[in-house]
Design a binder for this molecule. Structure first.
Ligand SMILES: NC(=O)c1ccc[n+]([C@@H]2O[C@H](COP(=O)([O-])OP(=O)(O)OC[C@H]3O[C@@H](n4cnc5c(N)ncnc54)[C@H](OP(=O)(O)O)[C@@H]3O)[C@@H](O)[C@H]2O)c1
Length: 209
């Protein structure tokens, strides 16, 4: 559910519109894209749809722990998922711990950092991939899966989609996990959702849609 659709009524309308397009009776998961606008109104609509069984789980995206806690204490249903930027250069260790303590599943967006920082040519990842006879993409997805992070890699190529599923027939050793943990820069490769300038920019973009 995007920023232009925040608020109770708009969320209900956006949901109906999506269901018509998808030609489905229910959704497995529905998320609020960003923590801006009338997200409490949206959540009330989503809680209703959840209770009616039209959505099996509801969650959020790009919510930092402070916003997540605000949501937990001021709503009835706790988000099932928080989908946030997570990849080898931004590992989200503390945020994952916070979410786990609050029974919220972390889900990675941008697991390959959308190709930034030459991720597929990274020396550490390449050497681990060679050791296991796997690709760098598979090592990244396996690393996150072993950390109990849900991954949703994106590819337009069928062969890569198949490759991205082939991660359940090998295991990374603790030394591999430790080596990858050293790649963390602890910061976004895109933008910070708490940056006031970005909040303004995104909200102005919403008004023009
Ligand atoms: N909640 C949010 O704010 C948010 C923000 C961004 C993205 N997302 C979601 O996150 C998901 C992940 O997508 P993403 O675009 O962010 O980034 P991503 O999965 O990190 O990277 C996608 C890029 O990796 C390439 N790729 C995929 N599999 C590969 C492989 N096995 N080997 C080499 N290259 C490979 C793709 O190219 P090809 O397509 O050419 O294979 C594409 O250029 C999407 O569902 C997206 O909608 C959510």
């Amino acid at each position: 559910m995007i920023l232009a659709d925040t608020g109770y009524e708009k969320t209900k309308r956006a949901f109906d519109r999506s269901m018509k397009r998808l030609q489905l009776d229910y959704l497995d998961l529905y998320l609020i894209h960003q923590p801006y606008g009338d997200v409490f109104g949206s959540w009330r609509a989503m809680e209703e749809l959840y209770r009616e069984g039209r959505i099996k789980a509801i969650g959020v995206s790009n919510f930092h722990p402070d916003r997540v806690m605000d949501f937990i204490v001021h709503n009835e249903v706790v988000p099932a998922v928080d989908q946030i930027e997570t990849h080898p250069f931004h590992q989200q260790v503390e945020t994952q711990q916070f979410l786990t303590e609050n029974n919220i599943q972390i889900e990675s967006w941008g697991p390959f950092a959308e190709g930034k920082n030459n991720i597929f040519g990274n020396d550490v990842l390449v050497s681990i991939a060679e050791k296991h006879g796997k690709t760098v993409a598979q090592v990244i997805l396996r690393w996150m899966t072993q950390r109990d992070i849900i991954v949703i890699p994106k590819s337009v190529r069928k062969d890569r989609m198949a490759e991205n599923f082939e991660i359940f027939n090998f295991e990374l050793a603790q030394e591999d996990m430790n080596a990858i943990s050293q790649l963390d820069n602890g910061t976004s490769l895109f933008f910070d959702h708490r940056d006031p300038a970005m909040v303004k920019l995104l909200s102005e973009a919403k008004r023009n849609t």
